[in-house]
Unconditional design. Structure first.
Length: 124
């Protein structure tokens, strides 16, 4: 089993955005006298980013196990490696196609130490 984690940059960027939006929204709600609806939106965006931080911190981005590659997360996908018909590296993405399914792995979101391992597994 091969596990590829999210990059630390990606994870902690979500944490920073979440904290800034949440505190900015809460401080604005506390001190604002007029309409606060826009500030609730800021606080909500901050909470969403904090939830995404927790999901990414405790889960892997990509797992390869028993010939199946799966991208984890809120909208995860799975492909069988033996059924892959097309593997492309375009820009910062690996695009994997099998039958009518498509899986895109964003290389900016993976840990840099695992890039070569992923490339070896996919291109062999």
């Amino acid at each position: 089993m091969m596990k590829i984690k999210y990059s630390n940059h990606s994870i902690f960027l979500k944490l920073a955005k979440g904290v800034l939006f949440l505190f900015g929204g809460l401080i604005g709600i506390y001190f604002e006298d007029g309409s606060r609806s826009f500030l609730f939106l800021f606080a909500g965006i901050g909470l969403v980013n904090l939830v995404l931080f927790v999901i990414e911190f405790f889960n892997n981005y990509v797992e390869i196990e028993n010939g199946i590659i799966s991208r984890k997360g809120l909208f995860g996908k799975r492909l069988i490696i033996s059924e892959l018909t097309k593997i492309e590296e375009i820009g910062n993405d690996f695009i994997l196609e099998a039958n009518e399914n498509k899986l895109v792995i964003n290389l900016k979101r993976i840990d840099i130490n695992n890039y070569d391992k992923l490339k070896d597994v996919l291109l062999k």
